[in-house]
Design a binder for this molecule. Structure first.
Ligand code: SF4
Ligand code: SF4
Length: 219
């Protein structure tokens, strides 16, 4: 009987560690920074033969799909290959059914076969649902900023954080796990460093506006 289960065959002997698969996967799925559908792990550098040769090192890269890998279901449904496979210049990633890949894995060592269990909750759907909820929070906060009265009219482009303000702000930012950056041109709220908590908030405003809203929310 033929299994329809599909997977990725990873030949880690020749992976160059170029990270193209990581980036392609992130672009395809709209993952934020720090979220991976596939991640390059590194083993090394370490001496190949520490007893006899102190000059030759090995440095291995291993592409490891994460729980978010859905084997590019949408692309595959359109007859395309998964995007990581498509973008791997070293051609060390292969996609196929388990029946197709098993003979390949028997052909040489230093390969790994990955396939999702398909039995657990779909992690990608769960992440999307969280993002949707967080986007609503971000939108409501954006609304709050836009109705923050006089603070919105402040000349935020010239806003500068003094030490006390920065300290207060950092406490609140920590609490809300936000990332904020001030530079010569003012203050930019970049959104959350943790995409599963608050995504896609990119709001330019002034220090007073941020303080006002976050303080209100911290009560
Ligand atoms: S198959 Fe698709 S989802 Fe899975 S790691 Fe590759 S690019 Fe990401
Ligand atoms: S794109 Fe291919 S060679 Fe580059 S890191 Fe990913 S698996 Fe390795």
């Amino acid at each position: 009987m033929t299994s329809e289960k599909q997977g990725l065959l990873i030949d880690y002997e020749f992976c160059t560690g170029c990270h193209s698969c990581e980036i392609a996967c992130r672009e395809e799925h709209g993952f934020g920074v720090g979220t991976y559908g596939i991640k390059i792990l590194e083993d090394g550098p370490r001496l190949r033969d520490p007893e006899n040769d102190k000059k030759k090192y090995t440095w291995r890269f291993i592409a490891a799909p994460t729980d978010l890998c859905d084997l590019c279901a949408e692309r595959v449904a359109m007859g395309k290959r998964p995007t990581c496979v498509h973008h791997c210049q070293a051609a060390v990633l292969s996609f196929g059914t388990i029946e197709e890949l098993m003979p390949e894995i028997m052909r040489k060592p230093q390969q790994a076969l990955f396939f999702p269990t398909g039995e657990r909750e779909d992690p990608w759907a769960a992440l999307q649902a969280k993002r949707e909820a967080n986007r609503e929070i971000a939108d409501s906060m954006k609304q709050d900023f836009s109705t923050a009265g006089e603070s919105v009219d402040t000349d935020w482009e010239n806003a500068v954080l003094d030490d006390k303000t920065r300290e207060d702000l950092e406490g609140l930012i920590d609490e809300y796990q936000l990332v904020i950056k001030d530079d010569e041109s003012g203050v930019t709220w970049l959104g959350d460093r943790y995409p599963d908590k608050l995504a896609l908030a990119h709001i330019k405003t002034n220090t007073a506006g941020i303080m006002k809203i976050l303080k209100e929310r911290s009560r």
